[in-house]
Structures are given as structure tokens and as C-alpha cells.
Design a binder for this molecule. Structure first.
Ligand SMILES: Cc1cc2nc3c(=O)[nH]c(=O)nc-3n(C[C@H](O)[C@H](O)[C@H](O)COP(=O)(O)O)c2cc1C
Length: 419
């Protein structure tokens, strides 16, 4: 449903620490007075909402995951606690990576419905999250099925970071610090991978969370060009109180994940060096990659990003679903858990990339829609089906003779077949 009135509602689904689990999904309604003519149509939410109050910051401040100031756990006990926590979560191995505008609640649930065992939120900006209620309600939504959940923040100030994460720690399993974003915006904002130039600052961010939160802190890093630098860095994070480390096996300058293979050997070296759980990220395009990556790195799980966008059922081995079914399932989730239209648009393009290649005129019709509706999108999937695009997603490594060209299709997509 679209909003025609200058006042429109924002919607958040979240868990409230004082409520029974069955009643945890709740909504937050805010009112905005600016003219819709000024706002980008794709920035509005995709459904109307009902009223409740916003989540409160956690009130318990005296003790932390690692004990109270009088008796913090020693190093060995911290590592043991990090592991027992991970084991209690079921040691998830197949994990949706953090993606700005792309690992939002409906997409996370879609992936969970198809094999993902845990998920990261998109990166949240800690200062803006603390200051801006609209940003909070649009960018962080969750529900009781959305666990285990990593909520990721970028930051360069320990106090600001702590203030932001206090608002969400009751609704997730890890607070993750983004130490890997290589984009210009991160350089300008001095966060993400650009903090690799200031390791004492990184240490202070990790320590601040590790000794003040009730849940563990995790970090997602990129590697340094030099292996020993990477190992020293990872060790420093573990010593500072990081309970789980996700390693993206590319350096800060290796931005193009489609062209540059991730360095699994470096991830293996980090895994061997550390005692906490380590996750591997990079080059996970299908289940064969998952198996090879776990074997070659010894990591405790894998994160996938770009390939999941095209195939959210990647972790299920994509045997029984096709893109149209996935899009319909995703749209239904968006009706249930509203998100800005720009996110929906982005996912529809990515999930239907191959169908659009066969029928570019349908894509052009979508391009023309300055305002989307669910009706339009459901009709578009039906139209594609009538046009005869019903090929299922490819599965693992297949021979081209056997699959009638499906393997080359997968290669084009960057999924399904080793290149
Ligand atoms: C659309 C998009 C958004 C991303 N946003 C984030 C983010 O918010 N935080 C983060 O740590 N990494 C982010 N990444 C990087 C991924 O989490 C991942 O590290 C990277 O894409 C490598 O994994 P892949 O080879 O499976 O794509 C993003 C990647 C993509 C494609």
C-alpha cells in the first residue's frame, strides 16, 4: 500500500525484553511532516503500520558478558565462554553476510527459510543510530524468527558505539563491529577498513563493548597485504575481547569481489592463530564452495553476500525453488515486515537478473515504475512465467552436456560452476 498523505508511518518489528516471546513482534509508528514530493518514492516504506512504543535501551549496566568490574574472566575463561555461547546458538555454519540495503529483515527471513542458519543486519551507523529515531526505525527491524542475529555497527568512538548498541543488545546475539568497509564513504567517515590504520582505536572499540555488554562482541575484518600483520591484528582483537571473528579474505584495496578471489589460505592462518570461533568470507557461490571453504580454512562457518542476492536459496542447494517462487516469497515477507521500496526494488532486480536477460522488455517496464506496488511486482512475475521463463536455479557443479546449457548460465551469473 502506498502513502498519499504528507504524513506517513514508519514500521519496526522488534523484540521487547519485557514481553512474552509470543507477543514480541511489535511495531513503532513515527510521524513525518515533510512533503512526499521531496522524498524519494523508493525511500518510503511499503506498508502501513500500527502503533506501539519504541524499544528501550537496556537498563542493566553493572555486569557484562565477561563479568563485573570486580571479577572479569581471565583469558582462558573468556575463550571458553565465547565457545559455549556459540555452541548454545547451535554453531551456525551457513550465514547471511552484512549488506547495506540488502540484508534487511525480509531478505534475512527468506534466506533463513532456505537454509541460512544465522544472519547479519546491514551495517548501522552508530552515531546516526543514537541520534535519529527515523533512521533507527527504518534501518533496524527484527522479529522472533530472526535469530541467531548479528547486528553490525560502524563506529570510531567507543562511547557513541556503546550508546547505539545499548538500544539493540536485547534483540540480537552478537554486536558486530564493521572493520572491513573499503568504500569512499567509510574513508570520509573514518570507519570500516580505514580503522586498520589506527589499531589502538579498534582495540578501544572492542574493549568498550566486551566489558559493558551482556552479549558478546564480534568483528568483521579484511586482511592486510602482509600475513603477519593480519595475524597480529586478529590476535589483538581476540585479546581485546572479541568473541567471534569473521574474516573477509581480501585486502582493503581488493574491492571487486567478482574479479579478485578471496585468500582462503590467509583465513586458515587466522583460524590456526586464534582460539575463538572464526568465520570465512569470500568466494562462497554455491554449496560446493561451502564444503571446500570449510575444509580448506578450518573455519567454523561461512558468510556469503553477493551470490545470495542472486540466489537466496544458495544454502539449501537450490533444488526445489525457482527465482519466481523466491521473488513471490520475498514480496510476501515485505508485506508482513515493511521495508523501504528501494530495498525491494534492488532485490527484485538481483533475483530476476537471469529472467530479465531473456526478457529485457519486462525489465524495461520495471525501470519505468517510479513508484512500485506489490500488485505490479506479482503481476510481473506472472507475466514472466507466461513468457515461459521457468528454469530452476542451477545446483552445484554440473556438466554442460547434461544440463542443456544451465552450467553456462550459472557461469555467467557467477554461481554454480567453478571458473
Ligand atoms: C550490496 C552489498 C552490501 C554490503 N554491505 C556490507 C555491510 O553493510 N557491512 C559489511 O561488513 N560488509 C558489507 N558488504 C560486504 C559483504 O558482507 C562481504 O564481505 C563481501 O561481499 C564478500 O563476500 P562475497 O564474496 O560473498 O560477496 C556488502 C556487500 C554487498 C554486495
Amino acid at each position: 500500500m502506498r502513502f498519499k498523505s504528507p504524513t506517513f508511518n514508519l514500521h519496526i518489528f522488534t523484540k521487547h525484553k519485557h514481553m512474552d516471546l509470543s507477543t514480541l513482534a511489535q511495531t513503532l509508528t513515527l510521524h513525518r511532516t515533510e512533503s512526499p514530493a521531496v522524498a524519494n518514492a523508493d525511500d518510503s516504506l511499503c506498508s502501513e503500520t500500527t502503533e506501539t512504543s519504541p524499544p528501550e535501551p537496556s537498563l542493566k549496566k553493572e555486569s557484562s558478558f565477561f563479568g563485573s568490574p570486580d571479577e572479569y574472566l581471565n583469558r582462558e575463561a573468556r575463550i571458553e565462554k565465547s565457545w559455549s555461547y556459540w555452541k548454545n546458538l547451535g554453531e551456525p555454519k551457513l550465514i547471511v553476510a552484512p549488506m547495506v540495503d540488502n540484508s534487511e529483515l525480509p531478505f534475512r527471513i527468506l534466506c533463513r527459510n532456505h537454509g541460512a542458519e544465522a544472519a547479519y543486519t546491514p551495517m548501522l551507523h552508530s552515531r546516526i543510530f543514537s541520534e535519529n529515531a527515523k533512521y533507527r526505525s527504518e534501518e533496524f527491524t527484527t522479529c522472533k524468527e530472526d535469530r541467531p542475529l548479528f547486528v553490525q555497527f560502524c563506529a570510531n568512538n567507543p562511547e557513541t558505539l556503546l550508546e547505539a548498541v545499548r538500544r539493540v543488545e536485547a534483540y540480537c546475539d552478537y554486536i558486530d563491529i564493521n572493520l572491513g568497509c573499503p568504500q569512499r564513504i567509510a574513508r570520509r567517515g573514518n570507519y570500516g577498513a580505514f580503522l586498520m590504520d589506527n589499531l589502538p582505536l579498534i582495540k578501544s572499540l572492542v574493549e568498550k563493548l566486551a566489558y559493558n555488554l551482556h552479549i558478546p562482541v564480534s568483528c568483521k575484518i579484511r586482511i592486510f597485504p602482509d600475513l603477519q600483520d593480519t595475524l597480529n591484528y586478529a590476535k589483538m582483537l581476540e585479546d581485546a575481547g572479541c568473541s567471534l571473528l569473521a574474516v573477509h579474505g581480501r585486502t582493503r584495496d581488493e574491492k571487486d569481489g567478482k574479479k579478485i578471489r578471496a585468500n582462503w589460505a590467509a583465513i586458515r592462518a587466522v583460524k590456526n592463530e586464534l582460539k575463538i570461533p572464526v568465520l570465512a568470507n569470500g568466494n562462497i557461490r554455491h554449496m560446493d564452495d561451502v564444503k571446500n571453504c570449510l575444509e580448506q580454512t578450518g573455519a567454523d562457518g561461512v558468510l556469503s553476500a553477493e551470490s545470495l542476492l542472486e540466489n537466496p536459496a544458495l544454502f539449501a542447494g537450490f533444488k526445489t525453488v525457482d527465482q519466481g517462487d523466491l521473488v513471490v516469497e520475498y514480496l510476501k515477507l515485505c508485506e508482513k515486515y515493511p521495508v523501504p521500496w528501494r530495498m525491494i526494488r534492488s532485490h527484485v532486480y538481483k533475483m530476476l537478473v537471469e529472467w530479465f536477460r531473456v526478457h529485457p522488455q519486462v525489465r524495461e517496464d520495471l525501470n519505468k515504475q517510479s513508484k512500485l506496488t506489490f500488485e505490479f511486482l506479482y503481476d510481473m512475475v506472472d507475466r514472466l512465467r507466461v513468457l515461459g521463463v521457468t528454469r530452476p536455479l542451477c545446483e552445484g557443479t554440473v556438466s554442460e552436456e547434461k544440463d542443456g546449457g544451465q552450467a553456462s548460465l550459472c557461469r555467467e551469473l557467477g554461481t554454480g560452476v567453478e571458473t
